[in-house]
Design a binder for this molecule. Structure first.
Ligand SMILES: CC(C)(COP(=O)(O)OP(=O)(O)OC[C@H]1O[C@@H](n2cnc3c(N)ncnc32)[C@H](O)[C@@H]1OP(=O)(O)O)[C@@H](O)C(=O)NCCC(=O)NCCS
Length: 262
């Protein structure tokens, strides 16, 4: 009874659509059907860094960076913990961030990844390509027992400071609008939404679209594994490609609150 009550409580706090999506994706493989839509946030490094200063120190937590040269077993454990299913050969340079329980230092409580250069969204047949100043945050995950007590705020604040130190000046991340908790968190800590993307996959046929300052080079993808579409985010790609925001699917996915080109 207690378990059912806590599951209902969890579903209520994360939102019905998000709960249904998680369950759907668990049972239906991506090569049968996927629908996804997300807002791309331009996260503010300054806001994120100051989050760390605002949160009270917690000596029950150990926050660590697992860069490309870190212990491979620790990186593998973090991949597993964060449900990171991005093809491993495309993530060798990705930087992992982990929170461990100080009382049990092998126990992961939270994780987050940052991709430089590119990020392959395998199931949706798109590959994001970044400038050398951009890093893509993905696979944020906090253990269910550790949620709601500021663990993620600490983790992302640590990651932002570390990434800034590595020369990244723009941190980007995508959040599905129905992921209520994640949206609230990232909206608060961002400079705005750069654009919105949507994708529908039926078998190996994928239809992708974007609005705002996000440019996809092809809308129809027929062989996602071998030839994914390329996505670029930010003013440079806007200028380079000269594309207009929106198309049929773009209009269909709705208007995002798009930030002015920066
Ligand atoms: C999203 C997630 C990472 C947040 O982790 P967390 O450690 O619980 O978050 P924190 O306690 O640090 O709180 C961070 C912010 O999230 C939001 N938040 C957290 N719990 C919330 C809740 N129950 N209701 C509403 N907002 C909530 C708030 O904006 C909060 O900031 P605030 O305290 O200043 O208001 C965690 O819920 C999670 O792992 N969810 C499942 C995976 C997921 O959705 N990942 C994101 C993919 S884009």
């Amino acid at each position: 009874m207690k378990r059912i009550r806590s599951k209902i409580e969890k579903a209520r706090s994360q939102g019905l659509f998000r709960t249904l999506e998680v369950q759907f994706n668990r049972f239906v493989p991506p090569w049968i059907f996927r629908y996804s839509k997300g807002d791309i946030y331009d996260l503010s490094i300054q806001k994120l860094k100051s989050l760390g200063a605002k949160t009270r120190p917690d000596d029950r937590l150990i926050v660590r960076c697992l860069g490309p040269d870190s212990d491979e077993n620790a990186r593998t454990a973090l991949r597993k913990f964060t449900w990171n299913s991005v093809p491993i050969k495309t993530t060798c340079n990705d930087i992992g961030y982990a929170v461990y329980d100080a009382d049990d230092p092998g126990k992961l409580l939270a994780g987050l990844w940052a991709a430089p250069e590119s990020f392959l969204e395998n199931n949706l047949g798109v590959r994001f390509e970044f400038t050398k100043e951009q890093a893509w945050l993905y696979c944020a995950f906090v253990h269910a027992d550790a949620r709601g007590r500021g663990v993620y705020k600490r983790l992302i604040s640590f990651a932002a400071a570390d990434l800034e130190g590595r020369g990244f000046s723009q941190l980007l991340g995508i959040v599905q609008p129905w992921n209520r908790i994640s949206r609230m968190m990232h909206e608060k800590q961002s400079r705005g939404i750069v654009g919105r993307m949507a994708a529908v996959r039926i078998g190996s046929l994928i239809w992708v679209s974007s609005i705002g300052n996000v440019i996809v080079d092809r809308s129809l993808i027929t062989n996602p594994e071998d030839r994914p579409a390329t996505v670029r985010v930010g003013r440079d790609c806007w200028r380079e490609v000269g594309a207009k925001p929106g198309n049929i699917l773009g209009d269909w996915i709705g208007r995002a609150r798009v930030a002015k080109p920066f």
